[in-house]
Design a binder for this molecule. Structure first.
Ligand SMILES: [Zn+2]
Length: 93
């Protein structure tokens, strides 16, 4: 598990893409239902259809906030590793 602290004075939001964040085999994406208009040309009718989709997760750090018990795979997410390089986020042990 990882612990991260937001050192910046701003609230920060980071994207946690599936390829990195769920790379330990545990999908933490957010399921959403997408509705769209479907036109059946053969039958000449239109209707609303639904499609299940997973959206990548995201995380919000308030100014100065520390979050613990984060999966280690969070460190592989480009937004997070970039923020650590910029010293915006620090790893707390
Ligand atoms: Zn996922």
């Amino acid at each position: 598990m990882a612990t991260l602290k937001n050192r910046s004075r701003r609230e920060q939001t980071y994207n946690l893409p599936h390829d990195a964040y769920c790379s330990d085999g545990q999908c933490r994406c957010v399921p959403v239902t997408q509705h769209f208009v479907h036109h059946d040309a053969a039958a000449g009718v239109s209707g609303v259809a639904a499609r299940e989709k997973n959206l990548s997760a995201s995380i919000i750090f308030l100014s100065g906030e520390t979050k613990d018990d984060l999966p280690e795979t969070i460190l592989k997410c480009p937004d997070i590793s970039g923020a650590i390089k910029r010293r915006e986020l620090v790893k707390v042990d």
